[in-house]
Design a protein around this ligand. Structure first.
Ligand code: GLY
Length: 371
């Protein structure tokens, strides 16, 4: 584990629940001090929730730092994978909370990827009507997206994340060195969300990735650029969350690439494509739609696709029945008043939300994507 240097702190300046996103190599080894800085009361009970792989890699480091600062620590290990995002796992966490007598000022700490973060966040939101949650994401996807912004939840047999609550964390700790143990495919899947932030408003982030020789791995990026993309992505997410905490407007732009991506993820079968890979395919697809509708240039669409491919991600639309695609897209939470609502690119670094995309326009686009 790398030595700690002064970490970068990004304040999520929400009126009711402000907190910091702290990014720096080695911050995981300082979690105890960071909790105190984040105004967690000394001696509080902390229930750390992780999965067995992450607990084996980073559990001791995290627990030792908490114990060193005299926190009263318990650890719970849950199973890995999206299939764990259910009520049974929430009950498992609540049972542990009951067994270790968590109180109103106790803390749950999620150490792991998006699954661990989403479930633990939801368990914290619902225990004693809401106790503090600390997010320590260990995947790129969770670092730049899921851990920031307070969306917590689990799946329902009818769809992903249908059960949930907004519950802002007290602190998000991002230690880039944990990415060295992340499987390369998962790292690349997280890069889809990073490219998304470039497309949504951070032109410099997009350009920086474009001029990087190999943005497809932590080693290819190097420590300085890796920290920089984490900081820029987290800052982009924070700006959106501050502007629209409860997704009544602007926050929907974070769904860029996700509506087509959702169809790919669902129809190819969960597990065929990782979420980020499906988003990459979805960004390429919505780019093609924007070109077809005359609201984006072919040149920019090609630039976006080239960067996605350079990051080691797919862009090719899979062989899917158009009717199924449209039905899945319409079943998506992002549909408003029966009209298809899509986040559309207008330039590199600029998107807008359109509510009036017709079935025919999508069908035509899918036809073009399949040839
Ligand atoms: N992952 C999208 C959001 O946080 O709103």
């Amino acid at each position: 584990m790398a030595m700690t240097v002064t970490p970068c702190r990004i304040n999520v300046g929400l009126e009711r629940n402000p907190y910091d996103v702290v990014i720096g190599n080695g911050v995981l080894g300082n979690v105890g001090e960071e909790l105190l800085l984040g105004s967690v009361k000394p001696g509080s009970k902390v229930l750390v929730v992780s999965n067995s792989d992450i607990a084996e890699l980073y559990g001791d480091l995290c627990l030792n730092s908490l114990k060193k600062q005299d926190f009263n620590v318990e650890m719970l290990t849950i199973g890995s994978g999206e299939q764990q995002k259910n009520l049974a796992t929430v009950a498992q966490i609540h049972d542990a909370a009951f067994a270790c007598k968590l109180e109103r000022n106790s803390i749950m700490l999620a150490l792991g990827g998006g699954v661990v973060g989403d479930i633990t966040g939801f368990a914290a939101a619902t225990w004693l009507r809401g106790i503090g949650i600390i997010q320590i994401p260990t995947t790129l996807l969770a670092m730049v997206d899921a851990a920031i912004g307070g969306k917590t939840g689990i799946n329902h047999p009818g769809g992903k994340n249908l059960i949930g609550a907004f519950h802002q964390p007290k602190l998000v700790l991002i230690d880039p060195s944990t990415l060295n143990t992340l499987p390369l495919r998962e790292f690349r899947a997280g890069m889809a969300e990073v490219i998304k932030y470039g497309m949504l408003g951070d032109f410099e982030l997009f350009n920086g990735l474009e001029s990087c020789q190999d943005p497809s791995s932590p080693q290819g990026l190097g420590q300085i650029q890796l920290e920089s993309i984490l900081q820029r992505s987290a800052a982009a997410k924070v700006r959106v969350v501050i502007a629209d905490e409860r997704e009544s407007g602007l926050r929907a732009i974070l769904n860029y690439g996700h509506t087509f991506g959702h169809a790919v993820e669902t129809l190819c079968g969960y597990g065929t494509w990782l979420h980020g890979e499906a988003v990459a395919i979805g960004m390429a697809a919505v780019g093609e739609l924007a070109v077809q509708l005359g609201s984006w240039s072919r040149c920019d669409a090609d630039r976006q696709s080239r960067l996605i491919v350079k990051a080691g991600l797919p862009t090719v639309w899979p062989d899917l029945r158009p009717d199924d695609v449209i039905k899945t897209m319409q079943g998506d939470k992002k549909v408003r008043d029966e009209q298809l609502r899509l986040v559309m690119p207008t330039a590199i670094g600029t998107v807008n939300i359109r509510d009036n995309i017709t079935r025919e326009e999508i069908l035509h686009c899918l036809e073009r994507l399949s040839t």
